[in-house]
Unconditional design. Structure first.
Length: 456
């Protein structure tokens, strides 16, 4: 019975998750999407044959494979990703009320297909998990949103492209197209673009600040020169390399903090300092230099510091530390790439059609978002149950007349008493009436050919 309940609840969660996408797909596509979502969750493979064997056993494997591949070939995956962006904006509306920024984390990845020969638009790409060696496959671009208050992450976009395509010009152009699609989020929420050292480019930073209206937080290389003032009263700026500036900021390091690095699996101690700077190539629409802040972090046991650049105002070192830990959240998108390859086997999918493979990655992205949503729900439920149990223990300890130890019956009575304080919005009879209307009331515009409630 427990397995039946879990199976049913999983189906309800899948149906509720895909409801906002119903207007973008046909009914057969909607059914196939839900079947693929359940199959990807239950099966540890991305092969369409094994997905069909898991969720549609009454149909022959060949028909299942053809049905799913035809659906993926005709699926409007671009509209699904735009709807995912709108859903994310609605979900993070609470971040705007508190003033907490929303992190937008873009990053590039790769899908390796070393043995592929007949796949459309197969191209050479860099394998990031194998020492950045050149291999055969497809590059991908993904965007992730991370709420600094809710600590929740959502994948917005996962787009596969080919360098052999006629529409391809550069990876930045591909990323810029999806950055423009984020206008519903950037126009209503306080956003920060968090990127690695690949974004150390004036063209990108000017686009983030001027066109998107967002702040940015990027990691710097040591090949830049900045303009600084030696004293706040000076009007003359001095040009200095970022490497020399970081060494000059060593005496200003303060506020040491100890944290655990999960990648190295050990505790690190770092000190931080920040310096207002400007750059002649990072300007606003009026060609005026944008005020910037350089954040320098020296860690014990490492010779080279970490250099971060942002256009946000910093008043003290606590805010600089906050930006440092926001940048560390960029690793979440790297974990996303690793998980979709290990959990769903996206590199082992045997799809020859280029559009079908692009659509399959979008389905995997939606299933990943669904799993994160279920994980958060389960965590909240367990936290609430834990709090109820703690309240029960406190009540038992305050009652001096009770001599026996807590039992199952007393715990059950406490849970019932606690839950009865929250009245349901609808009664069982109202739910039963809604079910009756959905199942048995016919559409007045539909021709009634057979009424099963009457005798033949």
């Amino acid at each position: 019975m427990q397995n039946i309940g879990l199976y049913s609840q999983l189906g309800k969660e899948i149906d509720n998750f895909f409801k906002p996408f119903n207007d973008l797909v046909t009914k057969p596509q909607s059914r196939n999407l839900r079947e693929m979502a359940r199959g990807l969750i239950e099966e540890d493979s991305g092969h369409l044959l094994r997905i069909g064997e898991k969720v549609a056993k009454g149909i022959t494997p060949r028909k299942n494979t053809e049905r799913y591949s035809n659906m993926l070939q005709k699926l409007d995956h671009h509209s699904l990703q735009l709807q995912q962006i709108l859903n994310t904006r609605q979900h993070f509306c609470a971040e705007r009320k508190t003033g907490a920024p929303l992190l937008i984390i873009p990053d590039g990845g790769d899908i390796q297909k070393p043995h592929a020969q007949k796949m459309e638009n197969i191209c050479s790409t860099v394998d990031g998990s194998n020492g950045h060696k050149t291999g055969k496959g497809f590059p991908i671009i993904s965007l992730m949103a991370y709420g600094t208050r809710s600590k929740e992450k959502r994948v917005l976009v996962t787009d596969l492209y080919s360098t052999r395509s006629e529409a391809f010009t550069s990876s930045w152009t591909k990323q810029k197209q999806w950055m423009e699609a984020l206008s519903p989020i950037t126009s209503t929420l306080n956003t920060i673009i968090v990127e690695d050292a690949i974004a150390d480019d004036n063209k990108r930073l000017n686009y983030y600040h001027n066109d998107m209206g967002s702040d940015f937080l990027i990691r710097l290389t040591t090949k830049r020169n900045f303009l600084i003032k030696r004293h706040s009263e000076d009007t003359v700026y001095e040009s200095i390399s970022v490497k020399d500036l970081a060494q000059q900021m060593k005496p200003k390091l303060s506020d040491p903090r100890e944290y655990r690095n999960k990648k190295l699996n050990r505790k690190l101690t770092s000190r931080i300092a920040y310096q207002p700077v400007e750059h002649s190539g990072i300007v606003d629409r009026e060609e005026k230099r944008i005020p910037l802040n350089l954040i320098v972090i020296f860690t014990d046991g490492f010779t080279n510091p970490m250099l971060l650049l942002t256009n946000r105002n910093l008043a003290h070192t606590a805010e600089a530390w906050k930006h440092f830990f926001w940048y560390k959240r960029r690793w979440e998108i790297e974990k996303y790439y690793r998980e979709i390859k290990q959990l769903f086997g996206v590199e082992k999918v045997l799809l020859q059609k280029y559009e079908a493979l692009k659509a399959f990655l979008v389905v995997v992205m939606l299933v990943y978002t669904l799993l994160k949503r279920l994980t958060r729900k389960i965590h909240q439920f367990l936290q609430n149950l834990k709090q109820i149990y703690y309240d029960f223990l406190k009540q038992f300890q305050r009652d001096e007349r009770e001599q026996d130890k807590p039992t199952v019956s007393t715990l059950c009575a406490f849970i019932r008493e606690t839950l009865n304080q929250y009245q349901p919005l609808f009664t069982y009879h109202s739910y039963r009436w809604k079910i009756f209307l959905v199942r048995y009331r016919t559409n007045p515009n539909q021709l009634l050919l057979l009424d099963f409630r009457k005798k033949w």
